[in-house]
Design a protein. Structure first.
Length: 413
């Protein structure tokens, strides 16, 4: 294959695609700011350890999906597969423990080596939010309400919120034992991968998408039946908080995060509009993460959403701002046209010019860029210090004295 190809699973973003991405990012950040979030941009790569330690050596991301390479200096570097680990690393290395609670919004590219399909790329983009330093269920409610607010503002409404509780460490240990007992009895039904998970990280079996595993899991004991009293009260507070905010949800007992540092609330906004890639936004509470990374033990909760998946669910975008086009009739008027364009840009108009060729070709460009009006400069106009302004929607054309031009164009600004 020619090397002049985009790498599999990567895409060039241009025209309406990138407008959709930027619209999603801008809308999300505008709303996050109303909740007190400020933006953080961590590097697109980190020492491999940052992810290996946080995501655990049994997660799909770490075992299969990371882009890891050795630098010339012999350091192991990984392109970030997700945003939370980098934010937690930044929290620790910048010594932010005294400044909690902290609220961070992020956006940017993530990298995972997985099989590309609709809604699944190797370079994809996320927006995300992290609330660090608030231990109570109020924080869980707030980040979910924020997520819902953003989805609503984007017009992404055909989604269902699923939530579950992973309990505290005590509940998880108790549940893990019961689950291992259950699954061990059905070992023969499990996929090879899940048999391995059963040894190393049994909760992850519940997360399997393999149909055979799905059958084997059916009837598994539910996490919800093994929560201790503290965890129960926490989950109840989250549910009643969401209800008070008018946010509808369904409890999905199969919703798990296999990583030990996750606790209490796990949630996902899912849709059936995107086939197998149904999770649009996913999040959870990670009270153990920062401590596990070697930082001061600090609670946290957050979520991330895939921009490509959101973009597929977005209603049609509002049309882009239409420019005006300055069209010189011929080469002799080109400089005057360029200077008029500069004058109009200086006062805030979006202006493009008709480049080269005959009038037909120059006008074609005005139409191609969807200009709202053409300002035509010929020899006569320049001599008379006027311009011909043609409304490109109605075709109506008026001769306007140069002194009145900006006023005349005001509706097109
Ligand atoms: P999935 O189950 O679809 O693989 P995940 O559990 O790996 O998702 P998270 O790590 O929770 O996903 O990431 C949060 C969100 O980022 C997902 O809900 C999805 O919208 C998006 N996302 C994850 N991986 C990809 C990818 N390879 N391409 C596009 N979007 C992705
Ligand atoms: Mg995945």
């Amino acid at each position: 294959m020619s090397s002049l190809q985009p790498v599999r699973g990567t895409h060039d973003l241009m025209f309406d695609d990138i407008r959709r991405h930027r619209h999603i990012e801008a809308t999300a950040f505008e709303i996050a700011q109303r909740y007190g979030y400020s933006e953080i941009a961590t590097p697109a790569f980190e020492f491999t350890e940052v992810f290996a330690r946080t995501l655990g050596d049994t997660s799909d991301i770490v075992t299969k999906e990371m882009y890891t390479f050795e630098t010339k200096g012999g350091e192991s570097i990984t392109l970030r597969p997700e945003g939370t680990a980098g934010v937690a690393r930044a929290f620790i290395t910048n010594g932010l423990a005294q400044q909690t609670p902290l609220k961070f919004f992020y956006r940017g590219p993530m990298f995972r080596h997985e099989r590309p399909q609709r809604g699944r790329q190797r370079q994809f983009h996320q927006i995300g939010a992290e609330l660090i330093g608030v231990a109570g269920p109020q924080a869980d409610v707030e980040v979910i309400v924020l997520a819902k607010h953003i989805l609503n503002a984007l017009g992404v409404t055909n989604v269902t919120l699923q939530i579950n509780s992973l309990g505290d460490a005590e509940s998880r240990t108790a549940y893990r034992d019961v689950l291992v007992k259950f699954l061990s009895g059905r070992r023969d039904l499990l996929s090879v991968e899940s048999r391995e998970r059963l040894e190393r990280n049994p909760l992850r079996v519940l997360d399997s998408k393999d149909p055979a595993d799905r059958d084997a899991i059916a009837g598994a004991p539910k996490f919800g039946d093994h929560l201790n009293e503290t965890s129960h009260a926490f989950f109840d507070a989250v549910k009643s908080g969401l209800t008070a905010h008018g946010v509808q949800f369904v409890v999905n007992p199969a919703l798990v995060r296999g990583l030990d540092y996750y606790s209490h609330t796990a949630f996902e906004f899912v849709t059936d509009a995107l086939g197998a890639q149904g999770t649009v936004l996913a999040g959870g509470r990670y009270d153990g993460l920062i401590g596990d990374m070697g930082g001061p033990v600090t609670p946290g909760i957050g979520w991330a959403a895939g921009i490509e998946r959101l973009a597929m669910m977005l209603p049609a975008l509002a049309p882009a701002k239409r420019p005006v086009a300055v069209i010189p009739v011929g080469p002799a008027e080109e400089q005057a046209a360029d200077l008029l364009a500069a004058e109009l840009r200086a006062v805030g108009f979006a202006v493009d010019v008709g480049y080269g060729g005959n009038m037909g070709k120059r006008m074609k460009r005005a139409n191609k860029i969807a200009a709202v009006a053409a300002i035509i400069l010929g020899e006569d106009e320049i001599k008379a210090n006027t311009a011909a302004v043609r409304n490109l929607d109605s075709g109506e054309q008026t001769i306007v004295p140069r002194a009145d031009l900006i006023g005349h164009l005001a509706p097109y600004r």
